[in-house]
Design a protein around this ligand. Structure first.
Ligand code: B4P
Length: 192
């Protein structure tokens, strides 16, 4: 089993790299951002609650995202493995993920962290906002708020995996294929 946590600040390239990695390794893509946007699009009660927080650049409560991941794991008992994209985003989410995977006698193989400076993140997200229609990409103040949320609540998750010797950082600046190749090198090293 190969279970990868793809980590990084908003706009680091997690979604972009996930698409390439799932194809290469035959993994299931679990993006909590995509799952939440799908709940919003369907107008579910969960989606309605999440929308206000996401549009304000804030994290959705842990129990909501943990519940979504729990049901996705249960729906895919025979998967070759998973790419967790945008999850875990807090230390309690990381602890919950370890517990959920234990039920299936699995664990996280490694965390691949994409490192991108704040200036570049803002640039990328504003550019994406021109076509994505995502309210959270619409203005710089909101993007800065997401970065602050990342620095305070999400960045400590890197340490959680570093303590388990599963943390690998990659420079997230450069061509998409170049970053992909570096990610594959890390994944293959942690698989060996
Ligand atoms: P996400 O959907 O995870 O949003 P994101 O961090 O902006 O996405 P990502 O980092 O994948 O974007 P990508 O790099 O692919 O979360 C949205 C919101 O959902 C959160 O703010 C939060 O409210 C909520 N949420 C989600 N998960 C949660 C959780 N676990 N707990 C609580 N709340 C949660 O793309 C960015 C842009 O960069 C793209 O336009 C792309 O084309 C471009 N790009 C990518 N690689 C590039 C490169 N190498 N060079 C130049 N541009 C590049």
């Amino acid at each position: 089993m190969l279970n990868i946590v793809l980590f990084g600040p908003p706009g680091a390239g997690k979604g972009t790299q996930s698409q390439k990695l799932i194809q290469k390794y035959g993994l299931i893509h679990l993006s909590t951002g995509d799952l939440l946007r799908s709940e919003i699009a369907q107008g579910t009660e969960l989606g309605l609650k999440a929308k206000g927080l996401m549009d304000a650049g804030l994290l959705v409560p842990d129990e909501v995202v943990i519940g979504m991941i729990e049901s996705k794991l249960a729906q895919n008992p025979n998967a070759a493995g998973f790419i967790f994209d945008g999850f875990p985003r807090t230390v309690p989410q990381a602890e919950a993920l370890d517990q959920l995977l234990q039920k299936y006698d699995q664990g996280i193989s490694c965390m691949v962290a994409l490192e991108v400076p704040e200036e570049e993140l803002v640039k990328r997200l504003l550019l994406r906002g021109q076509t994505s229609g995502r309210p959270d990409d619409a203005d710089e103040v909101l993007i800065q708020k997401r970065v602050v949320e990342y620095n305070t609540k999400t960045a400590p998750v890197a340490n959680y995996y570093a303590q388990q010797n599963k943390f690998y950082a990659i420079n997230g600046i450069g061509e998409i294929d170049e970053i992909f190749n570096k990610s594959c090198e890390v994944i293959e090293a942690c698989q060996a």
